[in-house]
Design a protein around this ligand. Structure first.
Ligand code: CTP
Length: 467
C-alpha cells in the first residue's frame, strides 16, 4: 500500500509481501528472465535516490508495449517507489493482473464496477493517493479519451478524477501517432500540463518503422526522476531562470537527390543531454536538432531540421539568447549540384558530386554583434591531437569555451552512453586557454555538469562545479 508502516523509514526494505505474492513473483520474474531485488538492501541500483518512497499510479493501457511496463514496475520498486497499477481491459490482454500484482507487490485495479474495489479503494482515492500518475503505454485511444474528458472505464475515470500530475508514454503505430487527431490530442494534453516522454523512432510491433515506439523503461524512469527533482520541479533555486539558451544537436542531413543523402554518425545524445541540463536549471531552452532517435527533453522547445542551412536559419531565428551550445555534428559540406530527381545508374557514367562548404553555425553565432550570446560553447570532435586542435578551433571560431572529445572509433563516443571530455576556456588576456580534464562520465552527467558551470559563469560566480 502507499502508506508507510509505522516505524518504517524511507530507506528500509519493504519486505511486507505475502507468501502467495512471493510465489507469483518468482513465476513472473523467471518468465521475464530477470531477477527482482526488493527495497534497497543489497541493491546495486545506484541512480535516482530521489525516487525512494514516491507513490506512482501506473496506468497500463492496451498496447504491445505493455510488456515494457513490467520492467518499469521492477525498476521503480528497486528504487523504493510504491507502485499501484490500473490495468485497462486492453492492457489485461497483453499482461496479466497476476504478473502486475506480483511485480508491484500490490493489488491491481482493473474494473470500475467492482464493488470490492470500490469499497476498498474508490477510483477517486486511487487517482489521488499518488505523487505522480504515469500512463505507459499511452495508446491513441486512451490519449483521445483523456483529451476529450471521457470516463468509461477505470483507467479513463481515474485519469479524469486525478488532481495529480500526469506523465504519458505514448505507444502506437507511426501513422496513428502522426495522425492530426492524435497530434491535436497530445497538444491539448500538453497544453493542460500533462508531461510526455517519447515516443521514440524505431521498428514497431506492427512491422513498420517510424515514430511511435514507447520510450524505454530507463527513459521513463529518468523522466519520472526528473519530475521529482526539486530543481526540475521548480521548488529549488533555478539559477538559469529568466535566461534563454540555444543548443544544437544531432547530425545534419545533406541531400544528394530526393532519396540519397550525406550524413554522419552523431546520435544527438550529448546535445540533448545538455539541453536537458540547461532546462533543468530553469533556462528557456531551444533545441535545434537534426534527425535523432533521442526523445524530446522535457520542458525544452524542440525545432527539427535536416540541413545545415536550415539549422543556421533556425538558430538565427531563435536569437537573442544568453547561452549558445553548438553540439551538433554539422556536415561540413553539402552537394552543390543536388539533383531534383533520383540519379539513375543506366546513364553509363558515375555522377560527379560537387561539394560546397556549409555555413559554420558556431562561428556565425560567435561573431560579435548586438545578438552575440553572452557565452558561446562549441565542441571539438577530434581523432588526434585533441587539445591542440580544440585550442585552434576555439581561436578560429571565436567561441568562449570548447568541449574537446576524442571521437576515434575505439572510444565508442558516437552512439555511446559515456563521454570523456576536456573543457577549454578562452583566456581573457589572449593567452592559451585553460584546460580542465573531466573523468569519464555518462552523457547525462556531462550535460548536467556543463549546465552547472554555465549557470555559474552567467551568475559571475567563481564556485566550482560538483565533481
Ligand atoms: N560546427 C558548426 N557548423 C559547422 C561545422 C561545425 O556549428 N558547419 C560546430 C560544431 O557544432 C562544433 C564545432 O563547430 O561545436 C566544431 O565542429 P567539428 O566537427 O569538431 O569541427 P569542424 O569545424 O567541422 O572542423 P574539422 O572537421 O576540420 O575538425
Amino acid at each position: 500500500m502507499f502508506s508507510r508502516t509505522p516505524g518504517q523509514t524511507q530507506s528500509e526494505p519493504r519486505n511486507h509481501k505475502r507468501r502467495d505474492t512471493q510465489l507469483a513473483l518468482v513465476a513472473a520474474t523467471s518468465y521475464l528472465g530477470f531477477t527482482v531485488r526488493h527495497g534497497k538492501k543489497g541493491s546495486t541500483v545506484p541512480d535516482f535516490p530521489i525516487l525512494d518512497g514516491k507513490r506512482i499510479l501506473l496506468v497500463i493501457a492496451g498496447g504491445i508495449a505493455a510488456y515494457k511496463s513490467l520492467d518499469l514496475i521492477r525498476r521503480l520498486r528497486e528504487r523504493g517507489c510504491e507502485v499501484r497499477c490500473v490495468l485497462s481491459e486492453g492492457g489485461a490482454r497483453f499482461v496479466t493482473p497476476l504478473t502486475v500484482a506480483a511485480l508491484s507487490e500490490n493489488k491491481v485495479y482493473h474494473d470500475l464496477w467492482s464493488l470490492t474495489d470500490e469499497s476498498e479503494m474508490g477510483h477517486i482515492r486511487l487517482s489521488r493517493e499518488a505523487d505522480l500518475v504515469v500512463v505507459a503505454p499511452a495508446t491513441a485511444d486512451l490519449l483521445a479519451k483523456m483529451a476529450a474528458g471521457l470516463a468509461d472505464d477505470l483507467a479513463s475515470t481515474a485519469l479524469l478524477a486525478t488532481d495529480k500530475p500526469v506523465l504519458v508514454a505514448p505507444a502506437m503505430n507511426s501513422a496513428m501517432w502522426a495522425h492530426p487527431a492524435t497530434q491535436t490530442n497530445i497538444a491539448v494534453l500538453m497544453g493542460r500540463g500533462v508531461h510526455r516522454v517519447g515516443p521514440n523512432t524505431g521498428s514497431l510491433a506492427c512491422g513498420e518503422t517510424g515514430a511511435g515506439r514507447m520510450a524505454e523503461p530507463s527513459e521513463i524512469l529518468a523522466a519520472i526522476a526528473a519530475f521529482f527533482d526539486p530543481l526540475a520541479r521548480g521548488d529549488g533555486p533555478l539559477p538559469l531562470r529568466g535566461h534563454r539558451a540555444l543548443v544544437t544537436s544531432g547530425p545534419t542531413v545533406e541531400p544528394i537527390d530526393p532519396v540519397r543523402y550525406i550524413t554522419n554518425r552523431s546520435s544527438g545524445r550529448q546535445g540533448h543531454a545538455i539541453a536537458r541540463g540547461l532546462a533543468r536549471l530553469g533556462a528557456h531552452t531551444i533545441l535545434v536538432t537534426g534527425p535523432t532517435a533521442e526523445p524530446d527533453p522535457p520542458g525544452v522547445q524542440v525545432i527539427r531540421i535536416e540541413t545545415a542551412d536550415q539549422m543556421l536559419a533556425a538558430c538565427q531565428a531563435s536569437l537573442p539568447v544568453d547561452i549558445a551550445v553548438c553540439a551538433a555534428a554539422v556536415a561540413d559540406w553539402r552537394v552543390r549540384n543536388m539533383a531534383d530527381h533520383k540519379l539513375k545508374k543506366d546513364r553509363g557514367e558515375m555522377p560527379i558530386l560537387e561539394l560546397t562548404e556549409n555555413p559554420d553555425i558556431l562561428a556565425t553565432l560567435s561573431k560579435a554583434g548586438p545578438h552575440r550570446p553572452k557565452l558561446v560553447v562549441g565542441f571539438a570532435a577530434e581523432t588526434q591531437h585533441v587539445i591542440e586542435h580544440a585550442q585552434a578551433k576555439l581561436t578560429r571560431k571565436s567561441c568562449d569555451w570548447i568541449i574537446a572529445n576524442d571521437v576515434g572509433p575505439s572510444t565508442g563516443i558516437f552512439g555511446g552512453e559515456r563521454n570523456t571530455v576536456h573543457l577549454l576556456r578562452a583566456s581573457t588576456d589572449g593567452g592559451p586557454a585553460s584546460v580542465e580534464d573531466w573523468p569519464s562520465l555518462s552523457k547525462t552527467s556531462v550535460g548536467e555538469r556543463l549546465a552547472t558551470l554555465i549557470a555559474e559563469h552567467i551568475a559571475g560566480s567563481n564556485t566550482k562545479a560538483p565533481s
